[in-house]
Design a protein around this ligand. Structure first.
Ligand SMILES: Cc1cc2nc3c(=O)[nH]c(=O)nc-3n(C[C@H](O)[C@H](O)[C@H](O)COP(=O)(O)OP(=O)(O)OC[C@H]3O[C@@H](n4cnc5c(N)ncnc54)[C@H](O)[C@@H]3O)c2cc1C
Length: 455
């Protein structure tokens, strides 16, 4: 395939006034300037942070002390080699665009987060993982090279070979080592873009834990939805969903078209996500699956990105927004730490309609990347001032005790003291940052809260 020609000749827009910016959870909200340009190399001189499609949940994409550079207009493909699957594109190229072009040609991203509304730059800066972390690792394992503007103004081409420290600190570095301008990664060859999916209900946490272990040994994609409102003998019940790309012989002949989306038109009232309504939703969802195992060929969108079916679904949580709390803890023979996390959730009256468990494989090469061997738990929690902070504190205490850690791209409320206790790699990452950005040019609300040497 030829590289796409310069896509647009739109004039550069003048810098905008300050506006409200937030992550996907809509808490917190800041006022800041957001620049937009299709020339990232030029515009990145004037910004303290890059921002993609704003799908990180908390404060990772919120600039401090200057403007954010929104990268979405820099979305050109710069080169693709079908012999090797190596793709080079601008950092604002989205996964949605990738999915619209490459699966029809037999290639897909090797790692996909649970939404396709993300940019390549955002994927690298968070070092995202997917349902296949236990076999494919994070996206950083598939990145060959990066072009970035660093703090002293230079534009560098870096790789594991040329600048290993900076390269590793940038994978999962939350945009704080520089502006990513271009990303080069290797796509995976796929037999079809359809998915052979298998799912089954499990009655409690022990069953869920065993089913996930079994699934990961056999399937490239695995995850579980968890009913966080179930208690007693049913604590930890859920639905385990596994899959693989369908073979050419079993996939429908046509290429799956991306579907139209329905939208949530406005912010819903806060009672919509009260504990009782979440309890009802979870109960119905669990029952709806039925006791029988289910198997079939499904559309990739419903397998990889079920929430993308509803535009603006974050409005379901009302104006106050929500936080996503994601942690990973090492799991031994029994899921003891998980049990405690669910009990804490219950004691604090917390409830989550979207709670996902994934199996994590070996830690990757990103200095601060999230996954480590164990199971990850992601909870969507409606934001209630004071109460949600107390819940996150209690969950973090348990994560520290279990030797786990949290995922920065989801976080909004973790305290610095907790983070420093759980993240033993932080001093090493700070040292690299000090070397490459001694004056702390790159800054976000997240870096001020957790990552900078002094707040
Ligand atoms: C429904 C949903 C499901 C999700 N599922 C998963 C999942 O399964 N696994 C997973 O790992 N994540 C998941 N995420 C999180 C998401 O993949 C990451 O937050 C991703 O970084 C968002 O990309 P973005 O382009 O929107 O970046 P933003 O949210 O705009 O920014 C995220 C971070 O990347 C930095 N950044 C963005 N672009 C650049 C650039 N060009 N140069 C330098 N830094 C940059 C920002 O400064 C910020 O720190 C999910 C999010 C949603 C909303």
């Amino acid at each position: 395939m030829n590289p796409t020609p310069p896509a647009t000749q739109r004039p550069e827009r003048p810098p905008r006034q300050e506006k409200e910016l937030s992550g996907w959870g809509r808490h917190p909200v800041v006022r800041a300037e957001e620049l937009e340009s299709e020339d990232l190399a030029r515009a990145s001189r004037d910004a303290v942070l890059s921002r993609g499609l704003g799908r990180s949940y908390g404060d990772a994409s919120l600039p401090v002390g200057g403007a954010a550079l929104n990268t979405r207009r820099a979305d050109r493909i710069l080169g693709f080699d079908p012999a090797t699957g190596v793709l080079r594109a601008e950092a604002g190229f989205s996964l949605q665009a990738l999915n619209a072009i490459f699966p029809a040609r037999g290639f897909a991203t090797p790692v996909s987060p649970g939404t396709q509304y993300v940019t390549l730059g955002g994927m690298v800066a968070s070092d995202v993982h997917g349902k296949n972390h236990h076999v494919a690792g994070c996206i950083g394992e598939h990145v060959r090279a990066l072009r970035m503007r660093i703090a002293d103004g230079r534009v560098l081409d870096i790789s594991e070979e040329s600048e290993p420290e900076l390269f590793r600190a940038t994978l999962g570095g939350m945009g704080l080592t520089g502006h990513l301008l271009e990303v080069e990664l290797t796509l995976e060859r796929i037999p079809s873009f359809w998915i052979h999916q298998h799912s089954r209900r499990v009655a409690n946490l022990d069953e869920l834990h065993d089913a996930m272990r079994e699934a990961s040994a056999q399937w490239p994609f695995s995850m579980a939805w968890l009913d966080t409102t179930a208690r007693g003998a049913s604590l930890g019940r859920g639905i385990v969903i596994v899959g693989r790309y369908a073979g050419e012989d079993e996939a429908p002949a046509d290429i799956p078209q991306m579907r139209e989306r329905i939208a949530v038109p406005f912010d819903l009232p806060s009672w919509f996500v009260a504990r009782w309504s979440i309890e009802l939703f979870n109960f119905l969802y669990y029952r709806w699956h039925g006791a029988r195992e289910q198997e079939g060929i499904v559309h990739p969108q419903s397998f990889f990105y079920p929430l993308d079916a509803i535009r603006h679904w974050n409005r379901l949580y009302g104006k106050r927004g929500f936080v996503q709390y994601q942690c990973v803890v090492p799991t031994g023979e029994r899921p003891t730490a998980f049990r405690k996390l669910l009990e804490i959730m219950s004691q604090h009256g917390g409830a989550s309609p979207v709670s996902v468990i994934k199996d994590c494989g070996a830690a990757g090469r990103g200095t601060l990347s999230f996954p480590m061997p164990g199971m990850s738990l992601a909870l969507d929690i409606p934001y209630r001032p004071g109460r949600t902070e107390a819940l996150v504190d209690a969950l973090n205490e348990q994560v520290i005790e279990a030797g786990g850690r949290i995922y920065l791209t989801k976080d909004a409320l973790t305290k610095r003291a907790h983070f420093e206790r759980m993240e033993t790699r932080l001093p090493a990452w700070r040292e690299v940052r000090r070397k490459w950005d001694p004056e702390g040019r790159f800054a976000s609300a997240l870096s001020r809260r957790l990552l900078d040497e002094t707040p």
